[in-house]
Design a binder for this molecule. Structure first.
Ligand code: URP
Ligand code: ZN
Ligand code: ZN
Length: 467
C-alpha cells in the first residue's frame, strides 16, 4: 500500500515547505498540500522535519588494519540508519599486489546481503601501472566514479607522479578523486622524534601530525591537480592552515571540493590528555586519550571555529564521518606502549546528523537548508547519485528521515548502535533525533530503532555533478 507522510516540513537546500509526501513502491510519487488519504497508509509527521536520507561518503566498515574495525557492514549500516543515514559510500581498498577488480570483489563480499542501508564504494588506488589504468575504465562500468588516494600510510600512499597520472585518468572519466592529505614522510620522521624523546602517550599523536603536515600535502595535491587541470576533493580537512591552502587555490581559479567531519568541529586536542570530550571530568585511566586517536588528528578550538565559519559561508561542501571504529579494550590498547601503535579511527556514522543539527543548526551556525546540502544533496551530486538520492522530489528514491527537531538526549555508549565499546561523544547533550527512517519506501527505523534489516542495495553511481 502507498504511504502518505502527512503534515511534515520538507527540507531542501533552497528552503523548507509544509507538504505531504506520497510514497509509492520505492519512489516518491507526489509532494503537495492536502494529498488524499484514501487507500493509503497515513503516517502523521506533523511537527517533524523531513530530510532526504543523509549520505555518509566516508566510512570504513570491516576494514583490516593492525586489527579489524569494530563495525562491519551489518552493524555499521544499522547504526547509520538509526542516525538517519540511508546511504554510505565506503572505501574499497586495493592492497598492493591486488587488482582493482579483486579489491572490488572483496568489498562486495563484505557488504552484499549484509547491509541494511544502501551503499556504494569509492576505490582506493594504492598501486599504479598500466593494468590499473585500464581497470579504472572497468570501475565506471561497476558503478564506481570516485577514487581515493593517500599521501600518508606507507602501505597505501602514492607518489606525486602517480597522483598526476591518476588525476589525468579520472579527468577523462569525469569522476572525482578524494585524497587523504598528510605528508607521510614527515609524519614518519616526527613519530620517530617523539618516540626517541620518550613521548609515547596518546597526547603525542597530534604532535607527530601537526597542521603544517596537512597543509603541505594539500598544497602539493592542489599543485598536481592544477597541472592535471581537474577538480578534486579533499577528505577530512582538519586545520585552519590546511584550509588556507584551499582558499589560495580557489583564488587562483581552481575547483576544490572539501569534506570535513564532526570530530574536527566539536572535539579538540585536549581530549587526548583528559580522555573525555569537552568539559567532563578527566578519565582516571591515563590511556583513555587513545579513544580520540585518528588521523589527521584533533586540533585546537580555533581550527574548529575556522571550519565552522567556512561551513557557514558554504566554503566547505560536505560533512561525512570517517567512521573507522575500534574497541578501546584490546584494540586501542595495542598502543599502550607507543601512540603510533594505536589503531587510528573513531566511530561516528550514527551521530553525524544529530551533532551537526545540535552544534550547527540549533546553535545558529548554519541553517537547516545548509545541513541538508552538507549531509545529503552535495554528497549525492559530487558522487553521482543525484537526483536518485540527495533530494525529496518526485521520482527520487523514497529515502526519508522523519526528524524530531526538539528532542533532547545525551550521547552514550549505552544508547549508541555502533558495535563499539565507547563513543568519543560520550556525555554530549544533543537536540534532535531521526525518529523514523524510510529506505526506498520501506520503513527501516521506527522510534529510533531498526525494524527492517539487510535490505540495503548497492548503488551504481554516475559521473560527478561538479556544482
Ligand atoms: O584515523 C583514521 N582516519 N582512520 C581511517 C583511515 C583514514 O585515514 O581515513
Ligand atoms: Zn584518511
Ligand atoms: Zn578515512
Amino acid at each position: 500500500m502507498d504511504i502518505l507522510l502527512k503534515g511534515g516540513t520538507v527540507v531542501s537546500s533552497y528552503g523548507c515547505r509544509k507538504a505531504d509526501i506520497l510514497v509509492s513502491g520505492e519512489k516518491i510519487a507526489e509532494i503537495g498540500d492536502n494529498l488524499s488519504a484514501d487507500n493509503r497508509q497515513v503516517i502523521d509527521v506533523s511537527g517533524k522535519l523531513l530530510f532526504p536520507g543523509f549520505i555518509d561518503a566516508h566510512t570504513h566498515f570491516d576494514l583490516e588494519t593492525s586489527v579489524f574495525t569494530a563495525d562491519n557492514f551489518e552493524t555499521g549500516s544499522k547504526a547509520a540508519l538509526c542516525g538517519g543515514t540511508t546511504t554510505v559510500v565506503d572505501f574499497s581498498t586495493q592492497n598492493r599486489g591486488e587488482t582493482l577488480a579483486q579489491a572490488l570483489k572483496n568489498w562486495h563480499d563484505k557488504a552484499d546481503g549484509k547491509t541494511s542501508c544502501d551503499y556504494a564504494f569509492h576505490m582506493s588506488v594504492s598501486e599504479w601501472n598500466e593494468k590499473t589504468e585500464k581497470e579504472m575504465d572497468d570501475m565506471i562500468t561497476e558503478g564506481i566514479t570516485s577514487f581515493k588516494l593517500y599521501m600518508a600510510y606507507d602501505n597505501l600512499r602514492v607518489s606525486d607522479a602517480e597522483m598526476y597520472e591518476i588525476l589525468k585518468k579520472v579527468k577523462e572519466l569525469h569522476g572525482i578523486v578524494g585524497t587523504h592529505c598528510e605528508n607521510g614522510d614527515l609524519v614518519n620522521e616526527l613519530i620517530k622524534d617523539e618516540l626517541a624523546a620518550g613521548h609515547t602517550e596518546p597526547k603525542y599523536h597530534p604532535v607527530s601530525r601537526p597542521p603544517i603536515v596537512e597543509a603541505e600535502a594539500i598544497k602539493r595535491y592542489l599543485a598536481v591537480a592544477e597541472l592535471a587541470d581537474v577538480p578534486v576533493n579533499i577528505v577530512h580537512l582538519s586545520s585552519e592552515e590546511g584550509y588556507k591552502e584551499v582558499v589560495r587555490a580557489r583564488e587562483n581559479g581552481q575547483k576544490v571540493y572539501v569534506e570535513t567531519c564532526p570530530q574536527y568541529l566539536v572535539l579538540d586536542d585536549s581530549s587526548l590528555e583528559t580522555g573525555v570530550a569537552g568539559d567532563l571530568p578527566p578519565d582516571t585511566d591515563k590511556f583513555a586519550g587513545a579513544k580520540f586517536v585518528f588521523s589527521p588528528p584533533m586540533r585546537k578550538k580555533s581550527d574548529s571555529e575556522c571550519l565552522w565559519q567556512a561551513i557557514a559561508e558554504d566554503k566547505i561542501d560536505t560533512i561525512s564521518t570517517d567512521h573507522c571504529s575500534f574497541n578501546y579494550k584490546g584494540d586501542k590498547e595495542l598502543g599502550r606502549s607507543a601512540f603510533n601503535k594505536i589503531p587510528n579511527g573513531i566511530p561516528g556514522v550514527e551521530h553525524r546528523p544529530v551533532i551537526i543539527y545540535s552544534y550547527g543548526v540549533k546553535q545558529g551556525r548554519i541553517t537547516v537548508e545548509q545541513m541538508c546540502k552538507l549531509l545529503s544533496e552535495n554528497i549525492a551530486k559530487l558522487f553521482g547519485m543525484y537526483p536518485k538520492k540527495g533530494v525529496l522530489a518526485v521520482g527520487s528514491d523514497a529515502d526519508i528521515v522523519v526528524w524530531s527537531p526538539d528532542e533532547q538526549w545525551t550521547i552514550s555508549k549505552e544508547n549508541q548502535h555502533h558495535n563499539c565499546d565507547y563513543t568519543p561523544y560520550e556525555g554530549m547533550r544533543v537536540t534532535g533525533r531521526a525518529k523514523d527512517v524510510f529506505l526506498r519506501g520501506t520503513q527501516v527505523v521506527k522510534d529510533g530503532e531498526i525494524v527492517k534489516e539487510k535490505i540495503g542495495k548497492y548503488v551504481y553511481r554516475n559521473e560527478s555533478i561538479y556544482f
